[in-house]
Design a protein around this ligand. Structure first.
Ligand SMILES: [Fe+2]
Length: 570
């Protein structure tokens, strides 16, 4: 299996994110100021898009520079070069080699003036960089047989087809599938799609050779599988979340002179101490207890009492129900910050959600990915005591009072997981859209309840000022429609001017599902709770197994229904 460049990019990300964040921190501060500015997942997603783009660009440039300096380049330039390890120059059986091919390249007549291109820098496409990286791992990797699909734009009609096939043969390739169609591109007569099987090194040479011919307006290596090698890496098992802990450091107290904790060395030390728990945490561990100080518990108490006061009138029913259960379980009490492990066990019993400690603010992609596994990454530190009702970034008070009650509601938990599942393998622009949906629903969502407006967004339920603003007659209210909500600019410096209202969680889920089906990802995923694994539904076998499981479930449900109906007659 060839190495994925996307994985390479992901591996490079943590350092790059950290450095760039550090560099940009002062810029963001100057531009946006504090204290009104809040951290948002959307902002993180945008920043991540920028970093990934820049990182990918530098990886590609490096690979291209390597290619230009490498033997592959000289292989291409020299006529008498061998093709692949141990191979001799390609030969053709009909003796027309000199007329039609030159070591597998199309004939000079085809190459024309473009022959001079051999001396210019050769620009690899992203797919070729991935292929070349895979081939360069070892001599064996270079000779590994690879299936690939090449799309050729033929300027001169079908006459070029024989030459394509001949060239493939010369590179000891096997044609597995071939189809053509009239091209819709001006100046191109036909498009040919050729699926080949050949060694990686020969495949690279073949593409270079074909691309030198003026007969083709384009020669592109396209990925064959549903999951393209360009699909961003995503976790497949809950334990993979150990790798989903890339931090965004923009709002760390030591980076922001207006942060309430900037001048408080003891507070910053305390944050670091608590963050160590998350750094050390691995899948399957119990979440270690944090001994909160008197001052931290007192900050919690002030916010807790305010929420208790406002909740009856303004929170949605689902929030209030779960809040009561948390109180009954002695987890939500005024004088003590709940321990994440207790909360995690509570959630597990109600919806299967669990918590993971997060050292700080995660990238949007990592944060959303964890939701796919019904895992909520929660901070453990507490906002500064001098600012109990304002924090520029989420802290455990926001997570606990804002998010936890609704994660204990089955319908809302499902909605959260669907956002997470949609994020797996999504493109960067799609992650931005999903983050925006998250912002206007999970953080700032309103819903209808008996013709009244109620809050379900965590940022509203844990912030008195914005809650009262959202439910006043000042902001504009719009019906939740993912297509428009996902592109709505958000406000992170003052209260939102627009809020989105869901008819119900079920309605929001239904709309969200329909919208997600229009996203670019060419595959579907499903979470298997028994194995804690995300399954990619990309084969008939997998789908058949799933259908069999669902049929079994249906049988149980039908039997249960029959029994219940039968009991009514008795
Ligand atoms: Fe939040």
């Amino acid at each position: 299996m060839h190495a994925s460049m996307a994985n390479g990019v992901v591996k490079l990300l943590p350092n790059l994110v950290y450095c760039l964040e550090y560099f940009l921190a002062s810029f963001c501060l100057l531009q946006n100021g504090y204290p009104s500015r809040r951290r948002s997942l959307v902002d993180d997603a945008r920043f991540e898009t920028l970093v990934v783009k820049q990182t990918k660009q530098s990886v590609l440039e490096e690979a291209r520079a390597r290619a230009n300096d490498s033997g592959l380049e000289s292989d291409y330039i020299q006529d008498d070069v061998h093709i692949g390890s141990g191979d001799k120059s390609p030969t053709v059986e009909d003796g027309t080699q000199q007329d039609e091919t030159k070591n597998g390249h199309l004939a000079d007549a085809d190459i024309g003036d473009d022959a001079g291109k051999a001396n210019d820098d050769y620009t690899l496409t992203e797919e070729e960089v991935i292929l070349q990286n895979a081939a360069s791992e070892s001599a064996e990797a270079e000779q590994e047989i690879q299936q690939a699909v090449i799309l050729l734009r033929m300027r001169d009609g079908m006459g070029s087809l024989a030459r394509i096939l001949k060239t493939i043969e010369n590179y000891k390739g096997c044609v597995l599938h071939l189809e053509t169609r009239p091209s819709q591109i001006e100046g191109v007569q036909f498009d040919a799609l050729v699926k080949v099987s050949m060694s990686r090194v020969n495949l690279l040479q073949l593409i270079r050779s074909l691309r030198q011919s003026t007969s083709f307006a384009g020669v592109n290596l396209v990925t064959e599988n549903n999951i393209s090698s360009k699909t961003p890496w995503f976790p497949r098992h809950a334990s993979d979340l150990d790798s989903c802990n890339h931090l965004m450091t923009k709002y760390e107290p030591e980076l922001d002179m207006n942060h309430p904790g900037f001048a408080d060395k003891a507070y910053r030390e305390r944050r670091k101490e608590i963050a160590e728990i998350a750094f050390a945490y691995k899948y399957g561990d119990l979440i270690p207890c944090t001994s909160y100080t008197e001052s931290e518990n007192s900050t919690w108490q002030r916010v807790f009492n305010t929420v208790l006061e406002l909740m009856p009138k303004h929170a949605c029913k689902e929030y209030k129900d779960a809040f009561s259960k948390l109180q009954e379980a002695d987890i939500f009490v005024p004088h003590r910050i709940p321990q994440l492990d207790d909360v995690s066990n509570f959630l597990r019993q109600h919806t299967g959600f669990t918590l993971r400690p997060a050292a700080g603010l995660l990238t949007a992609r990592d944060f959303l990915a964890s939701l796919a596994f019904r895992v909520f990454q929660s901070t453990q530190y507490v906002r500064h005591a001098n600012s109990p009702f304002h924090t520029p970034e989420p802290d455990c008070i926001h997570e606990l009072l804002g998010h936890i009650p609704l994660l204990a509601d089955p319908s809302f938990a499902q909605f959260s997981q669907e956002i997470g599942l949609a994020s797996l393998g999504a493109s960067d622009p799609e992650i931005e859209k999903l983050s925006t949906v998250y912002w206007f629903t999970v953080e700032f969502g309103l819903c209808k309840e008996n013709h009244q407006l109620k809050a379900y967004g965590a940022a509203l339920l844990s912030s008195i000022g914005e809650l009262l603003h959202a439910l006043s007659d000042k902001p504009e209210l719009r019906a939740f429609e993912p297509a428009s909500t996902s592109v709505q600019p958000y406000q992170d410096q003052e209260y939102q001017p627009i809020y989105y209202v869901a008819e119900s969680f079920e309605d929001a889920k239904e709309k969200f599902r329909r919208w997600v089906s229009t996203m670019s990802r060419p595959f579907e995923v499903r979470f298997n709770p028994h194995t804690e694994r995300v399954e990619v539904l990309d084969s008939v076998d997998k789908l058949e197994t799933l259908v069999w499981q669902l049929n079994t479930e249906m049988l149980h449900l039908t039997n249960a229904l029959k029994k219940l109906k039968g009991s009514h007659f008795e």
